[in-house]
Design a binder for this molecule. Structure first.
Ligand SMILES: Cc1cc2nc3c(=O)[nH]c(=O)nc-3n(C[C@H](O)[C@H](O)[C@H](O)COP(=O)(O)OP(=O)(O)OC[C@H]3O[C@@H](n4cnc5c(N)ncnc54)[C@H](O)[C@@H]3O)c2cc1C
Length: 387
């Protein structure tokens, strides 16, 4: 059987690697360009929902993904003085998995399927007729180009596809730190917890992400310059959360700060998701703030959906148009509800209390988890293994 074609993929993140797996599985020859010298990037916890679980099952790596992460038993909310003010069992999406673990498994799966991954290979441009241009000037023709080069996508901007970039009020940093032996030992007796604390507009969230590491997320408003330093200033954060001082000192001293950055949360919208034979997906096409933990899930779903669409269509351009019609509404639904959720986070206390009640209404709750429970295009709708 002749190959359907050759694909050049930009970026070895969630979107690029899933595109590589899905296209290779459908007979394409595939080359991925990753500008970093290796897969090593930021370590942080990814929440796994049913949509992601279905895709991992489709690729035969679900058990390996879950085996490398942690199941979180409960979620505790702390007040400023470290007292637990609310605790609830984690019933939905209980797994937190380190990004690097998932990306390594996806890359292994892509290589096993026949894809090539080139590290230290930076793409400077792409041509709608089908080609990527590397930073060294080399031009590589392709039947299909997939740009999954992240929120600051060069390819998207070179093709003039950006419609809007909406910057939110807050930013965050994600970082892993080693756990102490006593903390690891306490898992069996006390169970695992995700701890969340708010103090004015600053937020701390942390939980085990592997047996030996905590994942910590700090967020603050964009204007809060004293908080958003790299590394953080433990005294500054301890002013807001006095009982978490030791955690902040450990973050300053033990985290891999050169691999981390404060991300300004934003929503990206494109005029179109493709131009000619170039498709743009993942954060490059539809970044969203992380409140619903769906950015990676959508990058993966849209990469898988893309491979299915170009397989079924008589032309690449027709397949890409069909892909956008099919996948874009759900992605924009999640972006919309992410922004609504983000707005409620900054409401004054009395209104926030009302918004928490509203979130519990079945219709509203269903909007928030629509993508999480979606059966991605290209996955078996009969597959059932609720997380
Ligand atoms: C604080 C925070 C918390 C989050 N938590 C979650 C969560 O719990 N769950 C979830 O699903 N999502 C979460 N997200 C979102 C998630 O991280 C992103 O949506 C996801 O990483 C997007 O994947 P991607 O493949 O599109 O891009 P990326 O992961 O950014 O990958 C892009 C890749 O392209 C490479 N690259 C860039 N430019 C070039 C170039 N010119 N040439 C070659 N290579 C290039 C980069 O080096 C990178 O490896 C969170 C985001 C933030 C900011």
């Amino acid at each position: 059987m002749s190959r359907p074609g050759h694909a050049e993929i930009v970026g070895a993140g969630f979107g690029g690697l899933v595109a590589a797996i899905a296209l290779s599985a459908r007979g394409w020859s595939v080359r991925v360009h990753e500008r970093r010298p290796s897969l090593r990037g930021e370590g942080y916890g990814i929440a796994i929902h049913n949509n992601m679980a279905r895709m991992f099952a489709e690729f035969g790596i679900l058990d390996a993904v879950l085996a490398g992460g942690m199941r979180i038993d409960r979620r505790d909310s702390l007040d400023r003085n470290g007292r637990v003010v609310m605790t609830r069992k984690t019933e939905r999406s209980p797994y937190r998995i380190d990004r690097q673990h998932i990306v390594a498994l996806l890359a292994e799966r892509a290589l096993a399927g026949g894809a090539e991954i080139r590290f230290g290979s930076e793409v400077a441009d792409a041509a709608p007729e089908g080609a990527v241009v590397l930073s060294d000037g080399n031009r590589l023709p392709a039947d299909l180009v997939v740009a999954a080069d992240g929120i600051n996508s060069t390819v998207r901007d070179r093709l003039g596809l950006l419609k809007r970039r909406i910057f939110g009020r807050d930013r965050g940093v994600r970082i892993n730190i080693p756990r102490r032996p006593a903390e690891i030992a306490s898992d069996a007796a006390e169970g695992t917890a995700m701890i969340e604390a708010w103090s004015d507009k600053r937020r701390v969230l942390f939980c085990p992400v592997t047996r030996s590491e905590f994942y910590v997320l700090l967020t603050c408003t964009v204007g809060d310059r004293a908080a958003a330093t790299s590394p953080i200033d433990p005294d500054e954060w301890a002013r807001s959360f006095p009982t978490l001082r030791e955690l902040f000192v450990r973050m300053r001293d033990e985290a891999d700060w050169p691999q981390s950055h404060w991300a300004h949360f934003q929503t990206v919208r494109l005029r179109r998701w493709s131009k000619g034979r170039v498709a743009v997906l993942g954060d490059a096409a539809h970044a969203m703030a992380p409140y619903l933990a769906q950015g990676a899930g959508h990058a993966m779903m849209n990469a898988l959906g893309l491979a299915a669409a170009v397989q079924d269509a008589p032309t690449i351009e027709g397949g890409l148009a069909q892909w956008e019609r099919r996948e874009r509404p759900l992605t924009e639904h999640t972006q919309r509800w992410t922004r609504i959720y983000g707005t409620t986070m900054f409401l004054p206390a009395p209104l926030k209390a009302i918004s928490i009640l509203v979130e519990k209404l079945p219709w509203v709750a269903a909007q928030y988890v629509r993508a999480a429970n979606h059966v991605p295009t290209g996955c078996d709708p009969q597959w059932r293994r609720p997380l």
